[in-house]
Ligand binder design. Structure first.
Ligand code: URA
Length: 431
């Protein structure tokens, strides 16, 4: 098979066979597919789309690019959660300790920031010493001792996703049902899961802006996961404004720690408990979401989840104290409301981009992230503000960036004079 022929067939609207997709992805391992060819494939996939069969073949080829785990010896249900991506979305950092402290094994393989969204791996990497690439032996040990681990894709876990993820990010080839399905599931299907909960973000800060697009992605993920015998439960949640108040890698670690200590913004609490309940139900630990939510809330409020969070961070080498010292010297800038009014809506993607301008995320593949940079939102949709009142605070290690980030924020927040309700957070579920 010749790569350029396969790529031409796809560009002209043809359907690729399983063998053609395997050939392209296999070529990443043996050096026979280069980055330009992958870029051409991803661009065609975004423009023309991938059929359900192509999506399945791509998911399997990416999953099989690395190893698979076997956690059966743990004698526990194995459940994970994945978000389709958002701004200020730090919920994995809360869910892993809460749900694993409830007796569920949670092997979490995550991604880096993609487009305007943040990634769990970048957040974890902001913790000095945290090993985001534990080796296989360490992963089995962590699962036995803690019932959880958090890791990036790497050279042995879904390495094809690591490659494609980077190229999609820097070539603007992110928003595609087939590519998102394959990216998420290729990582998750190596985890020997009994079940997977998807936090399907919709709204102005999500890749899937409308409910119709989000439903299409949910159906695509359900079809492929169920073909592999993995139960899947999808919760559609709002990404019409950032979750919680902090956006940025270390800032989100801080907010998660505070939340586990009991100082939790109401939106984070509501969505975290809803997702935790889905995970606990899929695990079969509780028969219904109400009793599962109660168990998750008790585990959180009793401090058990906080101890589990500390144990998880320390077992992977991280030091939260070092992080607090390391990022203390960042400059701060008060972003003031340019006019008076009630915040009616936000372009949450634009707010994510303001974060990237501050260097909390990458614009290019080689960009170094400033892990201490980001935005602290002081106001939410429905809040009334007066002109000149502080609406957010920016953090960066380079003051020169504040002006550009301010401009982007000015363009991303909209005001009116009438009362506005805050958007509903949990939109619907698909079992
Ligand atoms: N999360 C992923 O892992 N991949 C995507 O493509 C989007 C969100």
């Amino acid at each position: 098979m010749i790569n350029s022929e396969i790529l031409k067939k796809k560009r002209l609207g043809g359907r690729l066979g399983d063998d053609e997709i395997f050939h392209l992805i296999e070529g990443l391992k043996n050096g026979k597919t280069d980055d330009l060819q992958i870029t051409a494939f991803l661009t065609s996939a975004c423009i023309i789309g991938l059929s359900p069969d192509e999506t399945t073949a791509l998911t399997f080829a990416m999953r099989d690019s690395g190893m698979k785990f076997n956690f059966r010896h743990l004698g526990k249900p194995v459940i994970d959660k994945h978000s389709t991506g958002g701004v200020g979305d730090k919920l994995s950092l809360l869910l892993v300790p809460i749900v694993s402290a409830c007796g569920v094994a949670v092997p979490m393989i995550s991604g880096r920031g993609l487009g305007h969204t943040g990634g769990t791996v970048d957040k974890l990497e902001s913790i000095p010493g945290f090993d985001i690439r534990p080796d296989e032996k360490t992963i089995y040990r962590l699962m036995e001792e803690n019932g959880c681990f958090m890791s990036a894709q790497n050279d042995f876990i879904a390495p094809a996703d690591k490659k494609l993820y980077h190229i999609r990010d820097i070539t603007g080839n992110v928003e595609s049902t087939g590519l998102i399905t394959a990216s998420i599931l290729s990582k998750k299907l190596v985890e020997d899961l009994d079940g997977l909960v998807i936090d399907m973000k919709t709204g102005s800060g999500a890749f899937m802006k409308s409910m119709a697009e989000a439903e299409e992605l949910a159906k695509s993920m359900k079809t492929v996961a169920e073909l592999c015998g993995v139960k899947i439960s999808v919760l559609f949640t709002s990404m019409d404004q950032p979750l919680g108040s902090k956006i940025g890698n270390w800032l989100e670690i801080e907010e998660s720690l505070d939340a586990l200590k009991g100082n939790c913004p109401p939106d984070i609490r509501e969505v975290t408990l809803a997702l935790a309940a889905e995970m606990i139900c899929l695990a079969g630990i509780k028969p219904d979401t109400e009793s599962a939510r109660k168990l998750a809330a008790e585990t959180w409020d009793s401090g058990k989840a906080l101890s589990q969070f500390h144990k998880m961070i320390e077992s992977q080498g991280g030091s939260l104290e070092e992080g607090t010292k390391k990022y203390a010297s960042h400059y701060e800038f008060e972003y003031k409301a340019p006019r008076s009014g009630i915040i009616t809506s936000m372009d949450t993607t634009g707010i994510g981009i303001a974060g990237i301008i501050l260097r909390a995320g990458r614009q290019n593949i080689d960009d170094e992230i400033d892990y201490g940079a980001g935005i602290i939102m002081e106001k939410k949709i429905g809040d009334e503000v007066s002109s000149g009142e502080t609406l957010a605070r920016f953090r960066a290690s380079d003051k020169e960036l504040f002006h550009r980030a301010k401009k982007r924020m000015d363009e991303s927040i909209f005001y009116c004079q009438e009362k506005v309700d805050s958007p509903k957070l949990i939109l619907r579920a698909m079992k």
